[in-house]
Design a protein around this ligand. Structure first.
Ligand code: ADP
Length: 392
């Protein structure tokens, strides 16, 4: 059976066609710069890759192009072969505590949550409507980044702001990267031989970074908040800061709140501290060449990730495994070392030979470590396809 996982952004549309339940990727690709005359369409299948630059005025054209591309490259014969569609949705608010079948009511609800994720949800809805037009009789599911974290208790998700803000506007912590945290924690639980009441901390460290405490397969706390700005320093985001900073800079530099939030989201983190780049490889290279601020950018992030691990250790009342995932978590032995160096008191130790093995997957802790340390490549598309498959 073939299921397609879709991630629609404001000007892009990523997809992966999977054979289920084998979880085999048949084809994947991307439409980018939708709305422009030099938009791009890339499709990868069977070890080959085809890229085109062409005029793609809107998402409707992008969807048609994608489906025609699958037929043209003989990946499928007709679109009827696609038996399910899973749409990634960033914000499900408190409305969705599980994946939802798309219909007029659920699509409207997703649209109404746009106030909590303006850029993302609107784009997702455009993608959904286009797919409903071309595949009206196929199961289409919205899979949310937030649902995995809906198991958090009040004391974990509420801010100590006026309670009316929560009641009136939904001001609370939602958490993100949920499909990734779910996928990685499920894989980690398998590596723990399906241990009952497992205690796992997943560190998703990519451009965006979030840390989640997972007890017995359920998220009990996570570092991102109302938006993906909260938590630890990231490629371009600050993570937590004292909000009074905004008042100070507004006054000194005469910037608006919108401009300041833009700086916290897009010009901070690795980029802001180092002044060099948001990419961890550039930062690591500069740090090795003796650049103090690049080194500091890495140290700041590692320290703050370790702070979360410490607090989640207490919330979980113990720890079976730390799982590293995403671009940096999967690939940077250096970042893993910097973090684990802070965890001496928990007796977490890495086996340096395993830690520095390129492409390593699985346990990289030393034999005498009290906690297992896993490297698990994340796979949000497989998680989305699993969700759709389970409903068919
Ligand atoms: P996104 O949040 O955009 O999905 P990714 O999970 O792809 O981000 O992570 C992007 C980050 O991963 C970048 O900072 C990049 O430098 C880093 N990264 C990717 N490959 C490697 C590698 N081999 N070694 C170190 N860092 C890497």
């Amino acid at each position: 059976m073939k299921i397609i996982a879709i991630n629609a952004g404001s000007s892009s549309l990523k997809f992966q066609l999977l054979k289920m339940p084998q979880e085999e990727v048949i084809a994947s690709g991307l439409v980018e710069k939708i709305g422009s005359e030099d938009a791009g369409f890339t499709i990868k299948y069977n070890g080959s890759k085809d890229s085109k630059v062409l005029n793609i005025p809107n998402h409707g054209v992008a969807v048609k192009l994608l489906l025609d591309g699958l037929i043209e490259h003989e990946i499928i014969k007709t679109i009827d072969e696609i038996e399910g569609v899973g749409h990634r949705v960033v914000q499900g608010g408190e409305v969705f505590n599980e994946s939802a079948e798309l219909n007029n009511v659920t699509i409207a609800a997703i649209e109404s949550l746009a106030s909590l994720a303006p850029l993302h949800n609107k784009a997702h809805v455009i993608g959904m409507r286009e797919f409903k037009k071309v595949l009206p009789n196929v199961l289409q599911l919205a899979v949310f980044d937030t649902t995995f974290h809906q198991t958090m208790e009040e004391e974990a998700y509420l801010y100590a702001t006026p309670y009316e803000w929560y009641e009136k506007y939904g001001v609370r912590k939602y958490g993100f990267h949920g499909t990734s945290h779910q996928y990685v924690s499920e894989e980690a639980i398998k590596l723990l031989d399906n241990k009952k009441d497992s205690k796992i901390i997943v560190c998703h460290i990519g451009n965006g970074v979030s840390i989640t405490a997972i007890r017995d397969g359920k998220s009990i706390d996570t570092s991102m908040g109302l938006t993906p700005l909260e938590g630890v320093p990231m490629g371009t985001r600050t993570g937590n800061i004292d909000p009074s900073v905004l008042g100070l800079i507004a006054e000194r530099e005469g910037k608006s709140l919108e401009e300041l939030l833009d700086i916290l989201n897009k010009q901070s983190g690795y980029l802001g501290v180092s002044g060099i780049s948001n990419d961890s490889r550039d930062i690591a290279k500069a740090a090795h060449e003796g650049n103090h601020r690049a080194k500091l950018a890495m140290q700041l992030q590692a320290k703050r990730i370790a702070d979360y691990i410490g607090s989640y250790y207490i919330r979980l009342k113990g720890l079976d495994a730390i799982a590293f995932t995403a671009g940096i978590g999967e690939n940077s032995s250096e970042v893993r070392n910097l973090i684990v160096d802070h965890l001496e008191v928990l007796n977490v130790k890495l086996d340096q030979k395993l830690n520095t093995t390129h492409g390593i997957v699985g346990n990289i802790a030393s034999k005498d470590s009290s906690v297992k340390v896993f490297v698990i490549p994340t796979d949000e598309e497989v998680m989305i396809a699993r969700e759709v498959y389970s409903r068919l």
